[in-house]
Design a protein around this ligand. Structure first.
Ligand SMILES: Cc1cc2nc3c(=O)[nH]c(=O)nc-3n(C[C@H](O)[C@H](O)[C@H](O)COP(=O)(O)OP(=O)(O)OC[C@H]3O[C@@H](n4cnc5c(N)ncnc54)[C@H](O)[C@@H]3O)c2cc1C
Length: 688
């Protein structure tokens, strides 16, 4: 593993040395001299990952931690430079915990969970992304992408099965029946590298996607954003502040985030007509910053760039033995921080599937579910990201009127705050329609449905060397399948214990974690209960505050089957061996990997829009409508109408009824009149 050739105080400047590799030595090649496409090593590597950005690094580390030898190639020798990702979400931190570097990220990052939204000069409202306690990781940290990548590179260096090759650029790719052969270009020339599977995480432009003649399609937004990172000692709290139409950037938006090292990220919306070259010049940037920070503010410009954003994805993330992940597969606008965060979830979804397929423990079809699950997640992220961008940058005068109406109402009316969309911040996708899930057979409350990511909770270790140690549930779940079972102080029935112990003979190892309810306070009247009856070999944890039971709706006997990526795949009210084994086989892709339709809302009778006369005092209503607009300009009338519609929509509440009303309203719009003269010539129809 490479060590930084030059580590400076500023992690952004770390560079890594190019090294020759085994495939560049003639003796490990078959077919003669090294350096040509035909020179392929005798045994293909299990996995080659292309691109050492956050997604490629996370994939490679996850594989190496699961004992899958992996080669990670990057065409460059530096970390991400400039303004890239800063907001890393709770789930990503939990994944990085499993990858062995979460603590370092959280220690360095700026924790935050509160956001504030301003319109013009006033705060409209504030929100809290994690109002409840009992979670190890914060809702978000802000940390420059180069730190994240640097810490991942350091972690990669600790893993013997991971070989990270800097300045090894993939310049060719050939798929064969049982392997993929890459051409890798280096300062010493080209060499061939064969792998059973290739993960492509080479970023949004994805040269490898282009080499394969594939495309990523979607929308590019006609807007530009100036992103300025400034160093300053400012007293703003560690919160996300978003301004719509502030006096210091009229008709546009501004976003402020705090990063470590006294660096602040400020995004100014510029509009489509802005000249990117001019806008990044200090003489344009500094006045913008002074208008926001005050004329006397002391700050130093660290980085400035001008961006446009796209929302797009590849149609399919799997092409034979080549699997696409991260920005190479899908792209979103940064509002909502869904780029790197969702890419890291791709990585963790893919790593365990590759391990099991390579080990012959799961069919190749399991990899199809990587594609279908993450394509589904990408659609959700793109939908959120597109809607945020549409709200932030209204595309027409009417959408602007509605946007402003929402913001005006949101000051006083909580319902309108639900509609404000300054970025729906990244949360993990619930893979509800995944074919790897077993549908529930009993009612459960709460959010831990099949497909959801496991919630964390505080726990205390019982009955092992670590007895009494307090910690968190998620780290106890590990890298493999887990049966998570809830028990009271008496433990489980003998039948349940036997069923769980027999999991030792399952196609893949299943760890058993028993969560027992907190011990009742000791009293002379209630003697100490005997030790609970629990399956041999299980990890036993006390559910310290009963939070796990609450979050999982866990009753004594409740059993969850969890995937290696900590997604729920099945749950029952009682442990039953055959049901567990069948669910496990399903989660391994052995039963059915066809994607299911998303479970919709429960079927109910669609309500009908009332179009029959329903007004008690129709003339009063009509007169009131006119009265509402008295002395208003056209612009004010439009604003009042939009606010009225939003208030009534909230009152009606039923989306189906609202859609019927919208359809009727649209159908009744008169056609645009191109030529008033021609219109005047049309005879007036006479009723029969
Ligand atoms: C202004 C901005 C703000 C953002 N903010 C956030 C945020 O707050 N939160 C968030 O989650 N996301 C954010 N993002 C998105 C985030 O930066 C990306 O989603 C993330 O970098 C994607 O990671 P990746 O590993 O897929 O690709 P990349 O980070 O692009 O890495 C790709 C790697 O592949 C290498 N490579 C390319 N071609 C080859 C080749 N032929 N051979 C070998 N190697 C190759 C490149 O050198 C690079 O190292 C932001 C993006 C921008 C632009």
């Amino acid at each position: 593993m490479e060590t930084p050739a030059q580590a400076s105080e500023n992690d952004a400047a770390r560079t890594f040395a190019y090294r020759r590799c085994a495939e560049q030595q003639p003796d490990v090649q078959t077919g003669g001299q090294s350096g040509g496409q035909s020179d392929v090593q005798a045994t293909p590597r299990p996995v080659v990952v292309i691109g050492a950005g956050p997604v490629g690094l996370a994939t490679a580390i996850d594989l190496a931690q699961q004992q899958v030898p992996v080669v990670l190639l990057d065409d460059d020798c530096t970390l991400a430079s400039g303004s890239r990702a800063i907001c890393f979400a709770k789930r990503t931190l939990e994944i990085f915990d499993r990858l062995g570097c979460g603590e370092r990220l959280v220690d360095k990052g700026v924790r935050w969970h509160v956001g504030r939204v301003f319109f013009d000069r006033e705060q409209v409202y504030s929100f809290d992304l994690l109002p409840e306690s009992g979670h190890h990781r914060p809702a978000f940290i802000n940390l420059q992408q180069y730190y994240v990548e640097g810490y991942l590179v350091d972690r990669a260096g600790e893993l013997p099965g991971l070989e990270l090759r800097w300045r090894h650029r993939v310049s060719g790719l050939r798929q064969q029946a049982d392997q993929v052969v890459l051409t890798v270009s280096t300062p010493d020339g080209d060499y061939a590298l064969a792998a059973r599977y290739v993960v492509v995480a080479d970023g949004a432009r994805s040269p490898v996607r282009q080499l394969m003649g594939l495309q990523s399609q979607g929308r590019t937004f006609r807007d530009r954003f100036l992103i300025a990172d400034v160093r300053m000692a400012a007293g703003f709290p560690a919160e996300r502040w978003f301004w719509f139409d502030p006096p210091f950037n009229r008709n546009q938006s501004v976003l402020l985030h705090r990063q470590p090292d006294n660096i602040w990220r400020i995004d100014f919306q510029l509009g489509w007509d802005a000249d990117p070259e001019q806008e990044r010049q200090p003489e344009r940037v500094l006045p913008r910053l002074r208008a926001l920070l005050g004329p006397d503010a002391q700050f130093e410009l660290v980085w400035v760039s001008v961006y446009t954003f796209s929302c797009q994805r590849m149609e399919r993330f799997r092409h034979g033995r080549v699997l696409f992940a991260g920005d190479a597969a899908h792209r979103v606008s940064p509002f909502g921080a869904r780029g790197a965060n969702s890419g890291v979830q791709d990585a963790e979804n893919l790593a365990w599937k590759l391990r099991l397929v390579l080990a012959g423990l799961a069919p190749d079809a399991l990899l199809d579910t990587y594609a279908s699950e993450r394509e589904y997640a990408a659609d959700e992220n793109i939908l959120h990201s597109t809607r945020s961008t549409d709200f932030i940058t209204p595309k027409s005068a009417t959408s602007r009127v509605f946007r402003d109406a929402v913001l005006r109402l949101a000051r006083q009316h909580p319902f309108a705050r639900q509609l404000v969309n300054s970025g729906r911040l990244s949360t993990p996708t619930v893979l509800a329609p995944s074919p790897l899930n077993t549908p529930d057979t009993a009612p459960f409350a709460g959010a831990m449905v099949p497909g959801a990511v496991c919630a964390d909770a505080p726990v205390r270790v019982v009955g092992s060397k670590a007895q009494g140690e307090e910690g968190w549930l998620l780290p106890h779940l590990g890298n493999g399948f887990t049966a998570l079972v809830f028990a009271d102080a008496r433990g489980l029935s003998p039948a349940a214990c036997t069923a769980l112990e027999r999991l030792g003979a399952a196609p893949v190892p299943v760890k058993v974690v028993c969560l027992i309810s907190p011990a009742p306070p000791e009293s002379p009247a209630s003697p100490m209960p005997c030790a609970p009856t629990l399956p041999r070999g299980s990890v036993v944890l006390e559910d310290i505050d009963g939070l796990a039971a609450r979050r999982y709706d866990g009753q004594p006997g409740t059993c969850y089957l969890l995937r290696p990526d900590q997604h729920v795949c099945a749950r029952w009210r009682q442990v039953e061996h055959d049901a567990l084994l069948t669910a496990l086989r399903r989660a391994l892709g052995m039963i059915d990997v066809q994607w299911r339709a998303a479970p919709g809302e429960p079927q109910r009778q669609a309500a009908q829009l009332v179009t029959d006369p329903n007004l008690a005092q129709p003339d009063d209503v009509y007169a009131s409508l006119l009265e509402m607009h008295r002395d208003l300009s056209d612009a004010q009338s439009q604003a009042a109408n939009a606010q009225l519609i939003l208030l009534l929509a909230n009152h009606i509440g039923d989306t189906a009824v609202l859609r019927q009303a919208m359809a009727l309203a649209r159908a009744a719009v008169p056609p645009a009149v191109a030529d008033p003269q021609a219109d005047a010539a049309v005879p007036i129809p006479v009723p029969a």
